[in-house]
Design a protein around this ligand. Structure first.
Ligand code: ATP
Ligand code: MG
Ligand code: MG
Ligand code: MG
Length: 459
């Protein structure tokens, strides 16, 4: 068809003006040369990050900057660039699935949070310098929400006719949070502005609230299992959020700022913050504890009536009397999970992703312009169309590295850096009959030669 012919023009280098995304009926070919990606491929070119020298503090931060996933905006704040946004949207989709599977309903609360809410719980003072405060033109005080217990409890309290029959409510959002961290560092792992999934639950009794607590913890377990991240659930301190029971989900990795102890002989595990003195033996079975560094990727709190009593978040109980809601709150660091996954999965030279989060699943590398294999360029275009038409989940997931002025080797090096789960090359064997494509399965390290049919079957 005409469109295909135009595409082969593009692959062989003579691109008609304004024809970067080659129109092909329903779809378009996504081409790498059009990606907006301020890259800093050399370490010494990485711009100043957190406002100090020697700022490249961990692998995920370095890789994400080098390939153009993020770009520094101000200390602790980053622009998220197209690849990172795609990965984050995928992560949010998986989080939505897990939260909605247990009855979560998504809301979205303002970031601008009035001071009176925080004064009601005394956290306007307690939060100290971490709270980013501001005034509007009338002198009214606000903060930029670091978390939303006050806002959600006031919202639920405004509903005066709630009945026990409607509970539990599991309300959650995925929004930006603001914290004036004393030392923002490690890129997205500790920002001043970051994305959090925060869920707040409202139950009619402490027993029901405990059940909800377990349900959410199990959903977190399922989320991390799906992402292939070996997180450990540990007892945790309640900090300024408060409540009576709390757990963190820690991803074991050396760059983590937390330390947690696990007992290999029983199920005890705890953030070392919770042990009052440095303990080498398990408080439960007295066996020796092992200590590990971790990144706190999630945190759950059983709050009881700490917030519902302040804002009067009530419901009518089974006896027809008003009763305070039993609450829980549950955070996940969305941008932190993204960076933490990259931190644990990537090699020193290349990003590796949980399969569910890879920004693009497949990268196709056609031959170099003017090379012996150049005739196979059109085959690559056809393969692109075959994949995107026949494999529904891969629509919008296939990228064509159309920088045909570069050698296959150079582009393969880049593809390795970006960590596409599948990289498909049209090299010498693409001229055989039938054509064979070289397929790199980045997550397993396998390289196989497959016909078009073989590629389709694999994908
Ligand atoms: P940390 O101990 O690392 O400072 P926190 O205990 O203060 O985290 P929580 O109030 O429990 O954080 O917030 C819920 C989740 O939000 C955390 O488990 C973490 O995944 C994420 N998070 C917290 N602070 C940041 C930050 N500065 N940058 C990115 N993610 C964060
Ligand atoms: Mg903190
Ligand atoms: Mg913490
Ligand atoms: Mg925490």
């Amino acid at each position: 068809c005409g469109a295909l012919a135009a595409c082969s023009h593009q692959l062989s280098g003579s691109v008609p003006r304004g024809f970067h995304h080659c129109a092909l009926g329903r779809g378009k070919r996504l081409v790498l040369s059009r990606m907006f990606q301020p890259q800093n491929l050399r370490e010494d070119q990485v711009p100043s990050l957190e406002g100090r020298s020697g700022d490249l503090t961990c692998k995920s931060q370095r890789l994400m900057l080098q390939v153009g996933l993020i770009h520094p905006a101000s200390p602790g704040c980053y622009h998220l660039l197209p690849y990172a946004v795609r990965a984050m949207e995928k992560l949010v989709r998986v989080i939505d699935q897990e939260m909605q599977a247990i009855g979560g309903q998504k809301v979205n609360m303002p970031s601008l949070s009035p001071a009176e809410l925080w004064r009601a719980t005394n956290r306007w003072d307690l939060m100290g310098k971490e709270l980013l405060r501001l005034r509007d033109r009338h002198g009214k005080e606000y903060c930029l929400g670091p978390t939303h217990e006050e806002a959600i409890t006031a919202l639920v309290a405004s509903q005066k006719t709630l009945s026990y029959k409607q509970l539990p409510f599991l309300l959650y959002q995925v929004t930006r949070k603001f914290r004036d961290e004393p030392r923002p560092r490690f890129g997205l792992l500790r920002g001043r502005e970051f994305y959090m999934k925060d869920m707040y639950t409202f139950d009619s009794s402490p027993e029901a609230a405990q059940q909800t607590y377990s349900l959410v913890c199990d959903a977190y377990g399922s989320l991390f299992a799906r992402l292939g991240l070996p997180c450990v659930k540990v007892q945790a301190a309640v900090g300024s959020i408060g409540g009576t029971m709390s757990h963190e989900f820690q991803l074991p990795v050396d760059v983590g700022e937390d330390r947690f102890a696990v007992c290999p002989s029983c199920s005890f595990s705890a953030n070392v913050e919770t042990l009052d003195f440095s303990q080498t033996n398990c408080p439960s079975c007295r066996g020796p504890l092992t200590e590990t560094r971790g990144i706190e990727v999630g945190h759950t709190f059983y709050l009881g009536t700490k917030y519902s009593s302040v804002f009067n978040a009530q419901f009518t109980n089974v006896h027809g009397k008003p009763s305070l809601a039993e609450m829980g709150c549950y955070g996940l660091g969305v941008t932190r999970i993204l960076a933490a996954a990259i931190e644990v999965l990537s090699t020193e030279d290349g990003l590796r992703w949980p399969n569910l989060l890879a920004p693009y699943q497949v990268c196709l590398i056609p031959p170099k312009k003017g090379s012996k294999e150049a005739a196979a360029a059109e085959l690559m275009g056809q393969l692109y169309d075959n994949i995107t038409e026949a494999v529904l989940p891969l629509r919008g997931e296939v990228l064509l590295d159309d920088r045909t002025h570069l050698t296959i080797g150079n582009r393969l090096k880049d593809a390795n850096k970006f960590g596409y789960p599948f990289v498909i090359i049209a090299g010498k064997r693409a001229l055989e009959d039938p054509a064979h494509f070289e397929v790199w399965c980045q997550n397993t390290g396998e390289v196989v030669f497959l016909t078009k049919e073989g590629v389709m079957e694999l994908l």
